[in-house]
Design a protein around this ligand. Structure first.
Ligand SMILES: Nc1nc2c(ncn2[C@@H]2O[C@H](COP(=O)(O)OP(=O)(O)OP(=O)(O)O)[C@@H](O)[C@H]2O)c(=O)[nH]1
Ligand SMILES: [Mg+2]
Length: 647
């Protein structure tokens, strides 16, 4: 199955899931089960599935065919090249292709001069007015390609300007671009490009990142320490005719081998195999040559040959445009698409499904808790009323008084419940402080200072080590505190359950382990800059400054994610308490109402008991239906998806 088909299926699954989720939420509303805590879960599930993005980044030295490969895999349907691809340096700025329904199809470009300001790319993303915008007509491939041509634009600046922008360094003459005869330097005109278009794959949450050749100078730490590590899959491209060159290897070692342990999320492509199609050699000889290039490349990169795919992007594109099956087969493009689809997407989907399944599990738990509370209340009410059979007015009056008294006592003991809540909130405040922005800033301050100090920075490596050590320490502390909160919740919930017959259950403590891994990855991706070879670049204040900013913006994402997780945990606990309180109050109301009705009418008692029994039966059915609906949600399976696609 091709990448496109695989992705389509994923889209069908997501649509189906959204539909089933809506059915479930309508049903919950109809059955008066849409408690705030449950709504929260539903919304979260909905968002999770709707906003799931999969970012695939294409990385390589210049002219290896990144843009051509993107054209061949994703844009052949336009019948022409969409991303500019030509000899020499072409793509000059990182170019992100994605889809956002809230804005019209457009190309947005962030001017390179923004590098002079102390703001990270993340900050600029939140300031759309600072970007130049060009509207795109997705139905006009010519206009589309023409507009996107802008990502190849350059500007001429003086040497001083180039240095300020990070493209010139007197200390590293080998890395500097060649000045033109008038002494001017060519630099990219844009820092970053965002393409928003309703391409079917992009609509389903695919984000493609095309990058400029990662030549040494001018490489934005922003790209290498922020964007790439966030990609779910990285495609690294080599050219079959050259094999792994020294600069390819440099990029691989510096930027790609550090991207975490999941080697599966990296794919190596040996492109341009058509340059080896040689009329003077037999097809077998050609295949042997290609195979040996593959093995060599795999050896040098430390991978198994299976992980290196040999293709021809250009011929693949041509073949797709001309519907030339034979050429398409020879280009091996579809093999690459399968690898992208099955391995990369498959993995990502498995992760999403697991997350969704655990969300559904919690939803089911919370809803059935509510159903059971109601069922138990009904049983008690029926018993209470059964006890009144054949009793006189005095007894009934007595009962009413007792219920009212119970109610008053319950209201009075609200203070106890309030106390649990305030202890919980106080502990949480400490926890949020540990994960908060202010704390993070303080933690990173010393490192930022070390990075920004002028000249060669000998203490930086140590500063990194210390900072990350202390960040990890902070996480350990956070976990300990979370453990305390959990113990407190379990204890007080148990107490409340015993005292009031609630069925509270502390939600599982958030798992913070993966944030250690995130920290480790960030540290690794930064430490790569501290090698001796980079000492001079690091000595540039602008470079160090950008590195510091990139660090902060990535750490912020990690800590914000952790905060969200803690928040959800807290909300789930608070919502349970609220729901039980509300149920109990309702219960008192109902019991008093039933007794008044019996006091007023002679046949009221039997009638009310029958009503309650009917409610019991209904609730029983609801419970079964709920199980069915959540089961249905969990099992939005491949085969059904396949059927839906075929239909
Ligand atoms: N023969 C042959 N040429 C290819 C193939 N793929 C790409 N090219 C050519 O190689 C040149 C560079 O391709 P690009 O796609 O621009 O390369 P890139 O990696 O995006 O390069 P930068 O944008 O400069 O970083 C173009 O002229 C392509 O047409 C291929 O499979 N075979
Ligand atoms: Mg390119």
């Amino acid at each position: 199955m091709s990448f496109n088909q695989e992705f389509d299926q994923h889209g069908v699954w997501r649509r189906q899931f959204a539909l089933r989720l809506r059915l479930l939420s309508e049903w919950l509303t109809d059955h008066d089960l849409m408690e705030p805590g449950i709504r929260e879960r539903l919304d979260q599930l909905h968002e999770q599935v709707r906003n799931d993005k999969i970012m695939v980044a294409f990385v390589a030295e210049f002219s290896r065919g990144k843009s051509e490969l993107i054209n061949a895999v994703f844009f052949a349907g336009y019948g022409r090249r969409i991303m500019p691809a030509s000899a020499g340096r072409t793509t000059m700025c990182p170019t992100e292709l994605g889809y956002d329904a809230d804005i019209p199809p457009c190309l947005r470009l962030l001017p390179i001069e923004t590098r002079l300001h102390a703001k990270s790319l993340l900050d600029w993303r939140n300031a759309p007015e600072k970007w130049e915008r060009i509207d795109l007509d997705v139905n006009d491939p010519h206009q589309l390609a023409q507009a996107i041509q802008k990502v190849a634009e350059v500007r001429k600046v003086t040497q001083a300007e180039a240095a300020a922008l990070g493209f010139w360094n007197d200390e590293l003459p080998d890395d500097n671009p060649l000045p033109s005869p008038d002494g001017m330097i060519e630099v990219p005109k844009w820092r970053h490009a965002l393409i928003n278009m309703a391409h079917p794959l992009l609509k389903q949450g695919l984000v493609i990142l095309d990058t400029p050749g990662l030549n040494a100078i001018g490489a934005e730490p922003e790209l290498t320490v922020s964007l790439l590590p966030q990609a779910h899959a990285v495609v690294f491209i080599l050219a079959a005719d050259t094999g792994v060159t020294k600069s390819d290897l440099g990029i691989w070692r510096q930027h790609l081998s550090v991207l975490g342990e999941g080697t599966e999320s990296r794919l190596v492509v040996l492109n341009k195999i058509d340059t080896m199609w040689d009329a003077l050699s037999s097809p077998e000889q050609v295949q042997l040559q290609i195979a040996s290039q593959r093995t060599d490349a795999a050896d040098i990169l430390g991978l198994s040959p299976r992980q290196v795919l040999a293709v021809s992007a250009q011929k693949g594109l041509l073949a797709k445009v001309n519907r030339d099956k034979k050429l398409l087969k020879a280009s091996k493009l579809m093999e690459l698409e399968t690898a992208l689809g099955v391995d990369l997407l498959g993995q990502r989907r498995a992760i999403l499904r697991a997350a969704v399944a655990s969300g559904i599990q919690s939803l089911r738990l919370e809803t059935s808790r509510l159903v059971h509370t109601r069922a138990r209340d009904l049983v008690e009410q029926v018993q209470e009323l059964e006890g009144l059979r054949g009793k006189n007015d005095g007894v009934i009056k007595q009962m009413r008084l007792r219920i009212e008294q119970e109610q008053a006592e319950f209201d009075a003991s609200g203070a106890k419940i309030q106390a649990v809540r305030s202890v919980h909130l106080r502990l949480l405040k400490d926890l949020f402080a540990l994960l908060g922005h202010t704390h993070l800033k303080i933690e990173v301050a010393a490192l930022t200072k070390a990075l920004k100090q002028p000249g060669v920075k000998l203490g930086v490596r140590r500063a990194y080590g210390k900072t990350f050590e202390s960040l990890r320490e902070g996480l350990i502390q956070t976990e300990r505190l979370a453990g305390e909160i959990q113990a407190m919740l379990e204890g007080s919930f148990k107490g409340l359950n015993a005292e009031y017959g609630f069925s509270l259950q502390a939600p599982p403590q958030p798992k913070l382990a993966r944030f250690y891994r995130d920290l480790e990855l960030i540290e690794k991706s930064h430490v790569q800059y501290l090698s001796l070879g980079n000492a001079l670049r690091l000595a540039q204040p602008e470079f160090a400054e950008r590195l510091a900013r990139a660090l902060m913006s990535r750490l912020r994402v990690v800590f914000e994610t952790a905060v969200n997780e803690v928040e959800l945990w807290n909300k789930s606990a608070a919502a349970q308490l609220d729901a039980q309180l509300r149920e109990r109050r309702r219960n008192f109301g109902r019991r008093i109402e039933a007794v008044s009705r019996i006091q007023q009418a002679a046949g009221g008692l039997n009638e009310r008991i029958r009503e309650l029994q009917a409610l019991q039966a209904e609730l029983h059915l609801a419970d079964a239906k709920l199980a069915e609906l959540t089961e249905h949600l969990l099992s939005a399976k491949e085969d059904e998806v396949a059927e839906a696609t075929a239909a």
